[in-house]
Every structure is written in structure tokens, then in C-alpha cells.
Design a protein around this ligand. Structure first.
Ligand SMILES: [Zn+2]
Length: 410
């Protein structure tokens, strides 16, 4: 199928200024031309379905970097994950990927699931059995015995055990590896202020994952855990909360380590929207949750990291309480409103930078010829009002029309 999408402006994801009256031509799942509407030729238009969105803006499909598609995102998310069956997880996952795609997410990374349920879900999407974004999966996360998310199924303590666990996920078909470098708020009794692994164990993990062509994303709340991950050369830091080992001090931010994160090209997914959604939808912050007790200070730290050149990607931690699968637009919105970066910068994090973090920048993340036809059109102008990303008019996912004229087609 051939489509022409045209709107008042085109934001290509690279950070460039919007192109006025932009148009994109797609055919067989690929972008074949990017231009202005008046540069469209008769041959461009022949056999094409033309979708015009007056007042709208064309963008690359959004990239959600951190999901748990089998989790419920309800208040009882922990209860659900510890008691439900694999069959229920599959039903939840099916609903989750549909919701994400419906909000304009065309690529999604699942960063840890229980048992092996994400693999048939990924297969089901690529076989066209269920609608969903391009799905990349970590399989089960790797954690210490009794550690954060141990109920998901993979416990490993020593370097040898961690390396074996990586190879097991590789064998199952994982696209990346998730490791829990500190405790986490989701798992009662784990310590968010202390590391679970030494830098040496993490180094061995990265070394073996590199050999297999897999990138490693590491959950880290405690500053000691962040430092271990940076020393080990972890590819992608998740949360990066800089929590002090002393519970009477909330944060222990180290700007020198932030400089190293920038220098080593480590991407950071600060799961920014989660606490915003918790306050929006009502949820008390637990003292041991690792969540933001002092949001102003947290945003100050993140802004300092940004100024030092750290690259941010857009993960939701969807599936956790209050982080619904169609909530993506809150991430760039919080980046603009609370981190004080520009709307175009937040859009670039949501598209190009996240694609680079996945190592998929040759296929997705910007609107360019030859790339996958993953396109979103929103009503309004997100370069001046980021909240318009919530108002999706049209979605094209790998060349397939998912939403048109505000109507969902899946
Ligand atoms: Zn998570």
C-alpha cells in the first residue's frame, strides 16, 4: 500500500526546525520521499491514498524504551504479577501492546517479564495475529537471589551465574539484557540504596553480552549501583536515581560520574513520567520506593546531567502502578515542563536518541528516505505545545495504517 501523509508541518526527529507544509510518501513499509506538499509529483500521487491533516504535525513514531507488558499497571500490580498465570499475562500483554500502538508508539522495548511470556507476544505481533508496535524484549531480568524482581524467574549471583543467565536469555531469543544492579521499590525487602552486583560482575556481564551482540540495560537507584554500572560500561542506565546509601539523605549526586556517563556515551532512561502519573492519579510515595521524595531536586540533577551532555531516552516503566500503556506522551511532556528542555529536544529524545540507544538508528527514529514507515500525525503543533502529543490523529506502523482521521482502525 502506498500512502501520502501531509500536514501543516513535519518534525523529522533530528532536532531540525519543523518543515512547513511537509509531506511523506510511503510504500511497502518504507519511507520513499520526504518533501513539502507542493513538491509532490503526479507519479508520487499515482495509486497513493492521500491522508491530509489540516493543522497537524507529522512526527516519527514514538519509541517506548521501558515496558513490562504483562504487568497490570493497576494499584495491585505486585499482587497480580505474583499470583497470575502465564495465560493471564498473555492476555494482559496483548491488551498492552495494542494500547501502546494506539497512542503512537511504533517501537517498544519490554525490559523484563515473568517466565517466557514476551516471546510468543513478540511473535504474535510480527506474524500479524495481534496488533502491536515493533517489540524488542529482554526476557526475564537478571537479579540476585531474592533480589529486585526475583519473582520474574532468573536469579544469578556470581559472574559465572550471570554470564550463564545472559546466555539463557540469548538462547530464548532476547533482543537485549536487563540486569538489576540495585534493589527496587517494586520488590519488598530489597534495598534501593545498595548495589546488588559489584562492578566486576557487571563488567563480565557486559563483556559476554557484547560478544552476543546484545546491549545491557541496568536498573539502578543507589549511587553506588550507578557507579558500578558506569565503571562496567553498561549501555543504558535505567532510573539512575542517585539515591544516597544514607536513608536520611535522599540523593548523593556525583557530577564527575555524570561526566563519565556523557563521555562513555551511556544512555539514561530516567523513567521521568512515573512519579508525575503517581501524583496525577494518586499514590502515596513509600519511603523505600526509590521514587522522588524531592522532585525539584531530582529534576535539578537530571537537568545538570543534560547540560553535561548525557543522552536521555524515553522509558515509561509501563505496567507499574499508574503507568498505563497508552501514556507515552507524558514522558516528553514532563521533560519539557519539569526538566526545562525544549519541545523539539524532548521529541528528539522520544525518537532519534531512543533509536540510537537501541542501535536501530538506520531503521527508525527519524523521518528519512529508506527508513521504516513509522509515522504519527498529531493535531496541533508539539514544537510549541508539547501536550498536543496526546492528541494523535493518524498512525502508520511499518507502513500499515493504524489510525486515520482520529479513528482507530485496530
Ligand atoms: Zn521497570
Amino acid at each position: 500500500m502506498k500512502y501520502i501523509i501531509q500536514a501543516d508541518r513535519l518534525i523529522d526527529g533530528s532536532g531540525s526546525e519543523p518543515l512547513k507544509n511537509g509531506a511523506v510518501v510511503t510504500e511497502e513499509g518504507k519511507i520513499i520521499k520526504v518533501c513539502t506538499s507542493d513538491q509532490l509529483t503526479q507519479s508520487d500521487k499515482s495509486n497513493a491514498e492521500i491522508l491530509t491533516v489540516p493543522g497537524g504535525s507529522i512526527l516519527p513514531g514514538f519509541i517506548e524504551m521501558h515496558s513490562h507488558i504483562h504487568c497490570s499497571s493497576e494499584a495491585d500490580a505486585y499482587e497480580h504479577i505474583t499470583t497470575e498465570s502465564n495465560e493471564t499475562f498473555l492476555l494482559r500483554g496483548t491488551q498492552a501492546v495494542r494500547a501502546a500502538l494506539s497512542s503512537g508508539v511504533t517501537t517498544m522495548r519490554d525490559l523484563g517479564s515473568r517466565n517466557e511470556v514476551v516471546f510468543p507476544l513478540r511473535q504474535g505481533i510480527s506474524d500479524g495475529i495481534i496488533p502491536g508496535p515493533r517489540l524488542l524484549v529482554a526476557g526475564t531480568p537478571i537479579t540476585t537471589t531474592g533480589g529486585h524482581c526475583n519473582m520474574f524467574g532468573t536469579e544469578a549471583n556470581t559472574s559465572a551465574e550471570v554470564v550463564k543467565a545472559i546466555r539463557q536469555q540469548f538462547k530464548l531469543g532476547a533482543d537485549c539484557i536487563k540486569i538489576m544492579s540495585t534493589g527496587g521499590g517494586f520488590t519488598p525487602g530489597t534495598n534501593v540504596r545498595a548495589p546488588q552486583y559489584t562492578a566486576d560482575v557487571l563488567k563480565n556481564a557486559v563483556h559476554d553480552a557484547d560478544r552476543l551482540g546484545l546491549k545491557v540495560a541496568a536498573h539502578c537507584h543507589a549511587t553506588e549501583g550507578v557507579k558500578n554500572c558506569v565503571e562496567a560500561g553498561i549501555h543504558n542506565l535505567i532510573h539512575c536515581s542517585w539515591l544516597s546509601s544514607d536513608p536520611s539523605e535522599q540523593y548523593d549526586y556525583d557530577p564527575d560520574v555524570a561526566d563519565q556517563i556523557a563521555e562513555k556515551g551511556i544512555y539514561v532512561d530516567p523513567t521521568l513520567a512515573l512519579s508525575h502519573l503517581n501524583s496525577l492519579r494518586g499514590r502515596p510515595i513509600k519511603p523505600d520506593s526509590g521514587a522522588m521524595r524531592d522532585p525539584e531536586k531530582r529534576f535539578e540533577i537530571l537537568r545538570d546531567m543534560w547540560d553535561r551532555g548525557v543522552r536521555f531516552v524515553t522509558g515509561m516503566d509501563s505496567g507499574m502502578t499508574n503507568a498505563h500503556f497508552d501514556d507515552f506522551a507524558y514522558i516528553p511532556e514532563v521533560m519539557v515542563n519539569d526538566m526545562n528542555i525544549s519541545p523539539l529536544e524532548a521529541i528528539t529524545c522520544s525518537t532519534k536518541t531512543s533509536a540510537e540507544c537501541l542501535g536501530m538508528e538506520d531503521q527508525i527514529g527519524t523521518i528519512e528516505k529508506e527508513k521504516s514507515a513509522d509515522i504519527v500525525v498529531v493535531n496541533g503543533d508539539p514544537s510549541t505545545d508539547i501536550s498536543t502529543l496526546h492528541d494523535v490523529n493518524t498512525i502508520l506502523s511499518q507502513g500499515n495504517l493504524v489510525k486515520s482521521e482520529n479513528n482507530l482502525l485496530i
